[in-house]
Design a protein around this ligand. Structure first.
Ligand SMILES: [Zn+2]
Length: 394
């Protein structure tokens, strides 16, 4: 009896919920219907604009009496769809129609301007893009209410525009006139623009100008290792190897990854000042920290040059045992052959061990179709899914 009562009340509750749901659904649909109707009276719908072949539909935006920020956002999304689909002209038309309106809020107007500039960039109309972006940066600087977000985007776009045209001076001019917002990504790029300009001045023999831009690069981004690399190259070309070494070492301290590209220049400058001890120390330190075999090989060459063949062999054997590499092994063979070094039995055992480790790291199979490397054979490549494309690597 009790049980029946419980199940009856459950049915009753479910019934109430069902009625409530039906009522809510009806109300919601009614609302949607009325929204749709009012929208149709004022705005062409997104679906209509997307489907419409006749571009005059886009001009209807001009006839709408009032336009809210939300609606602008909706049309900006539509414009992006056009642009992404490669319909740049249609995107431009849409954005220009919005741009021509005088009743947009300041932030909506800025967003429209940004989208239009992006359209122009995509269409290769660089002059027009440049004008709009400069305008945006100018407005952003003047108005307190300006959306910093659109100013940041405008700054990134205009720097990109100049970068692509290899126009470094306008970037620096914007920076000098405090037109660019402070963004870490942008700071790195502006310092690189200063380095590019310095490099060009250096190529033309304008050493003082070159120095000016390099100093600016380091002021903009104190971590810009490239500036010190160019400082070093300028010094080396001026017959100042000591200064060159100082700048190369500064650059490595800022960013150890510049070691490989500067290695030949740095070794040359060290050779000129005959400071083999310091060079050896630098190379050993870098090898311990980063294990770039080129650096180890350079160190070994340096030792051989100083007549320290046995030390060079010992270093190569012990280091290659821990970090086996083809290039290192090749350097080892080179020293043994060129210097006619005779290896003892325990050294030969180490050579054997190094070679075994190098072979272990090599892959036995490779996919002819995508280059996928494997240690076992597959009938179907796990990467590109082609059948019977795996064959022996050598
Ligand atoms: Zn494959």
């Amino acid at each position: 009896m009790n049980h029946l009562l419980e199940s009856n009340s459950l049915v009753f509750i479910l019934l109430i919920i069902a009625i409530a749901c039906g009522w809510l659904l009806g109300r919601f649909q009614g609302q949607r219907f009325s929204l749709k109707r009012s929208a149709r009276n004022t705005l062409p719908s997104i679906d209509f604009l997307l489907a419409e072949r006749n571009d005059k539909a886009l001009d209807r935006l001009l006839d709408i009496e009032e336009i809210s920020d939300d609606v602008v956002e909706l049309y900006l999304n539509l414009g992006r769809i056009f642009r992404d689909q490669g319909q740049t002209e249609k995107a431009i038309q849409l954005h220009q129609n919005l741009f021509a309106r005088t009743d947009l809020s300041f932030s909506a107007q800025q967003n429209v301007e940004l989208e239009l500039a992006t359209d122009f960039l995509k269409a290769g109309l660089l002059d027009r893009a440049e004008r709009l972006l400069l305008d945006l940066l100018q407005e952003g600087g003047k108005s307190r209410n300006s959306s910093t977000q659109s100013r940041k985007r405008a700054a990134c776009l205009i720097v990109q525009l100049y970068e692509e045209g290899r126009d470094w001076l306008p970037i620096l001019e914007l920076y000098n006139n405090s037109k660019l917002p402070e963004l870490s990504d942008l700071t790195v790029r502006i310092a690189q623009a200063a380095c590019e300009q310095a490099q060009e001045e250096f190529k033309q023999g304008n050493f003082l100008e070159s120095h000016k831009y390099l100093k600016q690069a380091l002021k903009i981004n104190p971590l810009c290792a490239r500036a010190n690399v160019i400082f070093a190259e300028v010094a080396a070309s001026q017959g100042e190897p000591k200064e060159a070494v100082r700048c190369y070492l500064k650059a490595i301290k800022q960013d150890p990854h510049v070691m490989l590209p500067i290695l030949p220049g740095m070794v040359e400058s060290f050779n000129k000042i005959n400071d083999y001890q310091e060079l050896d120390k630098q190379l050993a330190q870098h090898w311990q920290g980063h294990h770039r075999v080129e650096v180890l090989v350079e160190r070994v060459r340096l030792l051989v040059k100083q007549g320290k063949q046995q030390q060079a062999i010992e270093i190569l054997l012990s280091e290659l045992l821990m970090h086996p590499s083809n290039q290192g092994f090749f350097a080892l063979v080179e020293v043994v052959v060129d210097e006619k070094v005779v290896l003892n039995t325990s050294q030969l055992m180490v050579v054997y061990d190094i070679l075994r480790r190098i072979i272990e790291t090599e892959h036995k199979y490779v996919c002819r179709s995508c280059g996928f490397k494997a240690n076992e054979h597959y009938w179907r490549c796990p990467s590109c899914k082609n059948w019977a494309s795996i064959s022996a690597a050598h």
